[in-house]
Each structure stands twice: as C-alpha cells, then as structure tokens.
Design a binder for this molecule. Structure first.
Ligand SMILES: NC(=O)c1ccc[n+]([C@@H]2O[C@H](COP(=O)([O-])OP(=O)(O)OC[C@H]3O[C@@H](n4cnc5c(N)ncnc54)[C@H](OP(=O)(O)O)[C@@H]3O)[C@@H](O)[C@H]2O)c1
Length: 274
C-alpha cells in the first residue's frame, strides 16, 4: 500500500470492529430506519450498503420505501418513526424527488433520532460548537484527519464545495479546531489560486477532474470527497496523479466513502446509548 494513502477502508473496518464489540454489550437492540422515495439507482446502492453494515454491526434495519408519496404523507410516516420507541435513528435517503419539500421532510425527524445530522437544530448546534449528531460525511472526514494525526491548528484549509451535506458543516468543524478555513464554490474566481495555497485541500463538488495535479501545493494533504461514476468506474474530483505532489491523499474509492457509512453507524450507537 502506498504510504501516502489515507486508507479510509482500513480505518472504517477497524472502527467497525470496535463498534461491534460495544454493540454486543448493549442490553437492547438498536434499530436504524432509512426512509427512501423513488428509484434512484445510486440511492439503492447506498441504502443497500447501510443495510449491510447495520446488520454487520449488530443493529436491526428497517427500510421504509415509497415509489411515490406526497410531502404530507411522508411527514406522517416519519412522525410514526419518531414515535416508535423501537427506532433508534432515522435517515431520509437523499436526493429526494424534486417535487418533495426536502427541508420540511428533513426537519420532521426528531433531532435526537437525526443520525444524518441534517436537521436545522443539529446543524445550528454544529455551528455553535455544541455537542450534536454530526452529518456523516463531515464526521467521517474529521475521523480520518484525527486517525492520521493531521495537525489542524493554524493550517490553511481550503474546502471546495459548500453544500449543507458536506462543505458547509466541514467549514465549521475545521474552524472550531482552529484551522484557517476558506470555502470555495462555483462562483469562486481563480479557484487554482486558492487550491494551490492549501496545506489541506478538501474537495466535495462532484466533477471528475476538477482539480488537476498542477492545482495542488507540494506536500499538501488532499481529501477527495467527490464520487463520480464514469463508465461504471468511480473517480474523485481530484486527478489521481495529484498524489505525487501530496504528503497524504484519500483514494476514490476507499477514502471518504467507507467513513461516511461507519460514521452513520457510530451516530446510531451514540444516540441509542444517551
Ligand atoms: N464520499 C462520500 O461518502 C460522499 C458523501 C456525500 C457526497 N459525496 C460526493 O461529494 C460530491 C459533492 O456532494 P454534495 O452533495 O456536496 O454536492 P452538491 O450539493 O451538488 O454541492 C456541490 C458543491 O460544489 C460546488 N461547485 C460546483 N461546481 C463547482 C466548480 N466548478 N468549482 C467550485 N465549486 C463548484 C457547488 O457550488 P454552488 O454552491 O455555488 O452551487 C456546491 O457548493 C459529489 O460527488 C457526491 O457524490 C460523497
């Protein structure tokens, strides 16, 4: 294994074993419920991964799937899960079909069952650095950073992508850890002038080849969150040869992806044992 690789697969497997041991000691069985709508093929894969991992860790798993449903009816279904004491954590699989009111639906989930950390209440707690269930991908990125003992204090961190799912929560999490953080997006002018200056570059956009080798700083740490499927193969947002210039870099696949799923499982444990 290339010593420059940040091995998310390995870290996630180690954490899974630790979690399994902790779950085995619990007196009650925890249950993860996933709510999904429509027939997005990628979503089907992601729900399948969550189901597999949930059972491996020792949880019950419930998938409430609807081919079509209205916002109001979906909210009623989520409220039933909120009221069901046997359900520990709830996630709404994204993306939802365009016709549904994503914000209302996500914010129906009780904050203490919100294992995806996407309710307004949990996001606000994150911004204010209060303890909360963290969104899974940002949590996974922070776990990778800590697993590799990456020092953040005073470091120039550049994040490309400002979604509520990834870039925006990461901005706050890194700021709380005293990094100097810049958040770039589609309107950023001269992206390269930012990325080339980054000690730590985190990219979460969803565009293969957005960041080429000449756009990264020598000796930098690169965390590629992007997942782009081209002809059945997965690519990140950063060209793979950027690893030549980096100190450390996540591969795609096998970097951030596995960390997202284990972070979800850790959130279920966290909320189920409070
Ligand atoms: N590894 C994992 O577990 C995991 C988990 C979640 C997501 N992902 C992947 O991460 C990627 C991002 O996901 P997301 O949900 O955050 O996507 P998103 O909601 O579509 O957000 C994309 C972000 O990228 C920005 N952007 C678009 N084009 C850009 C450009 N040319 N230069 C700079 N910024 C640009 C957008 O800017 P504006 O805000 O200005 O539009 C937006 O902030 C996707 O590939 C997704 O599949 C991976």
């Amino acid at each position: 294994m290339n010593s420059k690789i940040i091995d998310g697969k390995k870290i996630s497997l180690e954490r899974k074993e630790l979690l399994k041991e902790k779950v085995a000691k619990l007196k009650k069985k925890l249950t993860l419920a996933v709510v999904s709508v429509g027939d997005n093929p990628a979503s089907r894969v992601y729900v399948g991964q969550k189901e597999k991992m949930a059972y491996e860790v020792g949880y019950n798993f419930k998938n409430l799937h609807f081919d079509t449903i209205s916002t109001d009816d979906l909210i009623k279904e989520i409220k039933k899960l909120n009221d069901d004491d046997s359900v520990t954590g709830i996630i709404v699989q994204l993306p939802l079909p365009e016709n549904l009111d994503k914000d209302r639906i996500l914010n129906t989930v009780l904050p203490n069952k919100d294992v995806d950390g996407l309710t307004n209440i949990n996001l606000l707690k994150l911004v204010k650095n209060e303890s909360s269930l963290l969104p899974c991908t940002p949590k996974g990125v922070m776990t990778l950073i800590d697993s590799y003992n990456i020092d953040l204090i005073g470091k120039k961190v550049v994040i490309v992508g400002r979604s509520e799912l990834v870039g925006l929560p990461l901005f706050h999490l890194l700021l709380h850890r005293n990094a100097t953080v810049t958040l770039c997006h589609s309107k950023t002018k001269d992206l390269k002038s930012y990325t080339k200056d980054a000690d730590i570059l985190i990219v979460a956009v969803g565009k293969k080849g957005l960041i080429s080798k000449d756009m990264v700083k020598d000796g930098s740490i690169i965390i590629d969150v992007g997942i782009n499927r081209v002809d059945g193969k997965l690519y990140g947002d950063v060209d793979a040869d950027a690893i030549d210039k980096s100190l450390l870099m996540t591969p795609v696949p096998g970097g951030v992806g596995p960390m997202t799923v284990i972070s979800l499982m850790e959130n279920v444990y966290e909320t189920g044992t409070k």
